[in-house]
Design a protein around this ligand. Structure first.
Ligand code: FES
Length: 134
């Protein structure tokens, strides 16, 4: 995608965020924020018995790029395996949003990703505890 297409995509996801809102029976809720700006983003995550992301959503009070970045990301990762998400690096955000967009405001671009990673690791910890109790 060229820069103009990426800008269009970001604007579209900001104005019409996908997977926005709470999941009332979420397995995990994780909150992330960026020090300095006070923006907050929450990720809600449900995982099925095969360890695939069954449902994921976000709610946010933040800047355009943090919200659009989360919307674009969650649309892509829905249905992925927890193990695949564990393996994803921040480079994935660059794949989705392009180098230029990410380098202008990396903290904003990665807020959704960083919060998702925390949610995934919280889920994995819960799973480990549950399995060790069985
Ligand atoms: Fe706070 Fe973008 S300005 S996340």
């Amino acid at each position: 995608m060229n820069q103009e297409q990426i800008l269009k995509l970001v604007l579209d996801h900001y104005e019409n965020p996908r997977n926005y809102g709470e999941i009332s029976d979420a397995d995990v809720i994780e909150e992330g924020g960026n020090p300095g700006c006070g923006d907050i983003l929450k990720i809600y995550l449900n995982v099925d018995s095969d360890n695939n992301v069954r449902d994921v959503s976000f709610s946010a009070d933040g800047c355009m790029l943090s919200q659009a970045g989360a919307s674009i990301l969650l649309e892509k990762i829905k249905g992925m395996k927890v193990s695949e998400l564990n393996d994803l690096s921040a480079e994935y955000v660059t794949e989705l949003l392009g180098k230029k967009m990410v380098s202008t405001r990396p903290q904003c671009a990665r807020l959704g990703f960083n919060t998702l990673k925390k949610a995934i690791s919280k889920f994995s910890q819960k799973e480990n505890i549950a399995n060790s109790n069985n």
